[in-house]
Design a protein around this ligand. Structure first.
Ligand SMILES: CC(C)(COP(=O)(O)OP(=O)(O)OC[C@H]1O[C@@H](n2cnc3c(N)ncnc32)[C@H](O)[C@@H]1OP(=O)(O)O)[C@@H](O)C(=O)NCCC(=O)NCCS
Length: 185
């Protein structure tokens, strides 16, 4: 178990696609076991995830940040987002993905990534952002603790499985003035 030490957050580059994909797979397998079908999780492909990360990284509409620890290059978490994908009244921005490797959760990295993402969205002129989480995912409490306002519940299909998803929203300036964001330099 690694000791709690400082982490760094920086803008992601195309070279990070593979390590972001590794974090993506690890967090899905750990956080979504019992929520997403076992077979779906087992068959998740590193290559497909890497391609997906690469598509986001290669498109200037989107913003991705990665977290590293102990001054090393290994990526332990990432946040990706940009303009909202499915219209929600009043919202222009969306956090598509926020993942922290299970071994590094609970030490402020998720919050740090979200704050960094929100700052960049603010700089780009976005006013409000939202995020989706599986309704059954206990980690969605994270969004509630970060002052996310419940927006709506909806359904999605992952392969053939129907899953409920819950969305949360933030006024970006309010979020950046909030207690958790203020603690993140
Ligand atoms: C959600 C996630 C990004 C948080 O990252 P993190 O680095 O652990 O977050 P932080 O250390 O900044 O903050 C952790 C806070 O979230 C809460 N939290 C995180 N996961 C939780 C869970 N499964 N159940 C209850 N609370 C949880 C912690 O209690 C903590 O609250 P506190 O600061 O008030 O004590 C990370 O747990 C993760 O990657 N989870 C799996 C993927 C996922 O579900 N992503 C979408 C988010 S719904």
């Amino acid at each position: 178990m690694p000791s709690a030490r400082a982490f760094d957050i920086r803008r992601a580059c195309s070279d990070d696609a593979r390590s972001m994909a590794l974090v993506h797979l690890e967090t899905w397998k750990s956080a979504y076991a019992g929520i997403v079908d076992e077979q779906t999780l087992r068959e998740m492909s590193l290559e497909e995830s890497e391609q997906r990360q690469r598509r986001f990284l290669g498109d200037e509409r989107y913003l991705s940040f990665v977290a590293t620890v102990n001054g090393q290059d290994d990526v332990v978490g990432f946040a990706t987002g940009g303009p909202i994908r499915k219209a929600v009244a009043g919202y222009d921005g969306e956090l598509f993905a926020l993942h922290v490797h299970p071994r590094y959760q609970g030490r402020g990295i998720g919050t740090g990534l979200m704050v960094r993402f929100a700052r960049s969205m603010d700089e780009r002129g976005f006013a409000r952002m939202m995020a989706w989480a599986f309704s059954e995912n206990p980690a969605r409490v994270f969004y509630e603790k970060r002052e996310g306002v419940f927006l709506t519940e909806s359904a999605i299909t992952v392969r053939d499985q129907n899953l409920r998803v819950t969305s949360y929203g933030w006024e970006i300036p309010d979020f950046l003035e909030g207690p958790h964001a203020k603690g993140c330099s």
